[in-house]
Design a protein around this ligand. Sequence first.
Ligand code: ADP
Length: 431
Amino acid sequence: RFERWTSGDLISRMVQDTSLIQTTLLTGLMEFVGNALFLVGILVMLFVLDWRLALFTLIVIPVLLGAARVFGHEIQRISLRAQAQIADLASLLRQTFSGARVSLLTALGLVAVVWQGGRLVAGGTMTAGTLIAFLVYAALTIEPAMTISRFYGAARQGLAALDRISEVMNVPEAVGDLPTAVDLPHISGEVAFRRVSFSYEPPHRVLNDITLMVHPGERVALVGPSGAGKTTIINLILRFYDPTSGTVTIDGYDLRTVRLRSLRRQIGLVPQETVLFVGNIADNIAYARPEATREEIMAAARVANAHEFITSLPAGYDTALSEDGVQLSGGQRQRLAIARAVINDPRVVVLDEATSALDAESERLVQEALDRLMEGRTTFVIAHRLATVRKADRIVVLDGGRIVEQGRHDELVGSGGVYSRLARLQLEEVT
Ligand code: ADP
């Protein structure tokens, strides 16, 4: 079960709080209940207006929906994979409103209702006014029915997310708060490793006697071959694990003596893969700080170069990120992740640089956002780009769990050691 954590797990662990997802689901549930009540109210109204026509409508619409199922096979085939319970009325409605041919069938249904209503009017058992009122009410059902079918999809996704998160949460943490743990006060961001060794599975040592003193505001790039221990260093800073021997301190506080929440709240994490949650854009940015105001969320998005693309989305910050929500590009997702890290104004930033290639403009926007995120903050970046290590105050070269070289880019290149080879072979030049 102790597989390596994915970024999503990391974030969940960082926040240890599913309240946001719960809130989102609750809001959705309220909306669902509201719409369902509205729908029931309208149905009652239809029966009050003319129960015969209401009955006719209730019979003819499902029959047509059934026909839609038969005729809408192509649409079905595509969505069958995603929606196992195709017979479910909600997904049926959803299909009904999504396919053009099927809409056509809805129009047919309407024609049938109008025709039947017309017969009743002609027969003198219903007034034209009642028919018009009936049709207006019937049209009012479309919007809430669509909202309900949307809620159905979002709720399933949300519940799945909650499930995954509680799964992660229920795996006991390797570490916990001591009864004597104190809240880490507002830090300046001095991070120190003193003779740190670490094993995930003793006796196999992953870090070996690491000593590293990092000043507030310093930018440290961690480089080294895969398996060298870069991620492990970061895991120790976030205290996902405690060192086997030696100490990790921030502002002189041994991380074992402080409350996890107070520590992780003060560290901004930008993982390699951005994980987005069900909810709107604003919720996604404020994930680590649900109490953030809209102004604070917008300020964070501006720093992250995300404000512009967000405001150009259909509902801006309220745009839902759900299964049928907007598709964000890789660069846009990364900028959301940066906004998420900025919102707590952390003194320490931990960044696992994305390796995926972006187009030049996207790359420029992400780099600019990252520069602003790192500005004045102690930063640890697992670097994959030459541009990143060039800007670092210090490059720490790891190999086999040991620090084998340290220095600035020019110094290390000049010395002709491990780094100069790595820089040539592994670091990617981004123009
Ligand atoms: P890097 O980030 O430099 O690629 P890591 O810190 O991820 O290196 O890994 C260092 C070593 O620790 C590797 O040999 C890796 O297989 C091992 N390792 C990493 N995470 C775990 C874990 N959760 N359990 C056991 N071994 C792990």
